[in-house]
Design a protein around this ligand. Sequence first.
Ligand code: FPP
Length: 256
Amino acid sequence: MKWQRVHKEKPNTFHSIDWNGFIPKHIAIMMDGNGRWATRRGLPRSAGHYAGMQTMRETISMCHKNGMASLTLYAFSTENWKRPKDEVDYIISLVVEFVQDTTVQELNQNNIKVNFIGDISKFPDETQEAMRKVVELTQTNSGMAVYFAMNYGGKNDIVQAIKTYIVENNEENKETPEISEAEFEKFLYTGLNPAPDLLIRTSGEKRLSNFLLWQAAYSELWFTDVMWPDFNEQLLYESILDYQQRKQRALDDVTQ
Ligand code: FPP
């Protein structure tokens, strides 16, 4: 099974990392390039999304085994609705497949807690139901937290947080509501969870594309030309090593 197919022998980069040094506790990933991966192989885009889902499974397992506290995966953006209906339906069907198959039992057995961020009310009822079930099943788990960003957009996140804040604080009569950044943050979909330390984007694109606009304010960004379905353990370690070296350099700069 894919879940167990993480390499037994660690790639060389693993040994270059000081696992007692700076390690990102929270990694966020923009899983980009499924369509191009498929097109380059003469396959339909759906084949790329399917392969992308397998890579996503392996990546969850890799992060779990390497002791990450949180992993946020950009699975469906607010802009993705503009794609052809067939493609949108296929991605949604993958989510249902993912949350209904044995992978979820494995996540649960590994003490992993699953959450969704974004406006999931726009998905079909049975998709929402499947999402709710996996959240419920894993909610008391205390291990790594996995956040699937579904119908997520960073701008939408900020606007919905403002609306929720106003409703909860009944601020309509106040001219300038008193609110600190820390107080505001808890209304974002990500709530009080720590922000990502490292944000990875595959496929050579170097934009945030409306992902975690607020939360990524201080994240280290790491890009690779590799298409998401080909992302692997070696690349994960390269990103961690690069993160560690940047953090160490920053510390050396202030202490020298
Ligand atoms: C970006 O590649 C990828 C997506 C829009 C979908 C990602 C979805 C998955 C990996 C599966 C989701 C499954 C679950 C369970 C959450 P792209 O299509 O934009 O690629 P392109 O830029 O090459 O066209």
